[in-house]
Design a protein around this ligand. Structure first.
Ligand code: ASP
Length: 327
């Protein structure tokens, strides 16, 4: 009995000791998409805001892109669970569970949930070469050009892919769009600006400044309501207003660690995340890009995980209805 108590005590002490020494080396935040895209932007702004709360730690962002984000997620699921390798991922954590029948990780089993970061609307965009300036003209253009219109996305299971699938299915197009996959919507945006691709649906964190500068054409937002608080996006119609009944898509980002990361370390990271989300610079940076910083119970690991579980169920219904899978 004495031995059991002693063992239990030493486990508690050892557990507490992780947090005392954490972080003991640079922390890597893996972004499962290319640099310059919306997930990358969120992760870089977050890394900067979490540095102070983590005692001035060095936080490096690593882009491990490919396969709609599943390559980077697999990398983190398999990393040493000591809190020094983290993942910032979006709705793909839930959508890939429905889109891929074979995945190297299990969304609800292979990660510690550290809290959600933000909710981000999407915008439907066209290249500057598209001869349409309103959503209605754009829709007519796409319908009359059938299979010749290209849709850029960030890989099967990405947010832009999901949005493209939902839009095509809501439009009931006779001929589907030709999809072109990129390693992230950062590089896809460059091709949209250059007119090599025709359309894309992407988070406002990547699109706001490009629309504002007139480099791409913005047609509509994907949320149920207009973005009334945003100086530029408030003038864009919702897809529901344009007749696509029930269309409602908001992207969210969360922070994850490999399963088995010590509880006192995940607690410390969660506290740093909460502090970062209240950082005025982070908050204004996010707001200017149309993102809403999370303030509800999805900031807790339990709330975050429950939300993702619910999203997996809901998105599976949408994906099954579209009848398209990644593998
Ligand atoms: N916005 C991208 C997506 O469609 C990913 C990215 O590059 O951040 O999922």
């Amino acid at each position: 009995m004495k031995q059991v108590v002693a063992l239990a005590l030493s486990a508690v002490v050892a557990g507490g000791a992780f947090a005392q020494t954490f972080p003991s080396k640079p922390i890597t935040i893996v972004v499962p998409f290319a640099a310059g895209g919306p997930t990358d932007t969120v992760a870089r702004q977050l890394a900067e805001a979490m540095r102070g709360p983590l005692g001035g730690a060095t936080i490096v962002v690593e882009n491990a892109a490919g396969a709609g984000g599943t390559i980077g997620a697999t990398k983190v699921a398999r990393a040493t669970p000591d809190g020094h390798t983290l993942l910032v991922w979006h709705i793909g954590m839930a959508s890939t569970a429905g889109l891929y029948r074979k995945l190297q990780f299990k969304a609800l089993e292979d990660f510690e949930y550290l809290g959600m970061i933000n909710d981000v609307p999407m915008t439907l965009l066209g290249s500057p070469k598209i001869p349409a300036n309103t959503y209605r003209d754009f829709e007519n253009y796409v319908r009359s050009n059938g299979g010749k219109v290209n849709l850029a996305h960030a890989g099967l299971g990405s947010a832009s892919h999901l949005c493209g699938l939902m839009w095509q299915s809501a439009m009931k197009l006779d001929k589907s769009l030709t999809a072109i996959a990129y390693r992230g919507t950062g590089p896809a945006m460059n091709d949209l600006i250059g007119g090599q691709v025709d359309l894309m649906c992407d988070q406002t964190t990547n699109t706001t400044s490009q629309i504002e500068a007139g480099r791409v054409k913005g047609y509509a937002v994907t949320t149920a309501k207009r973005l009334e608080d945003h100086k530029l996006l408030k003038d864009y119609p919702t897809l529901q207003e344009m007749g696509l009944k029930g269309f409602n898509l908001t992207i969210w980002h969360g922070l994850y660690a490999p399963k088995g990361t010590p509880a006192d370390v995940t607690k410390k990271i969660n506290e740093a995340l909460r502090a970062a989300l209240k950082d005025p610079k982070f908050m204004s940076g996010q707001a200017s890009l149309g993102a809403m910083v999370v303030t509800d119970n999805r900031l807790s690991p339990e709330g975050h995980k429950a939300f993702v579980a619910d999203q997996i169920t809901k998105l599976k219904t949408v994906i099954d209805a579209a009848g398209q899978y990644a593998d």
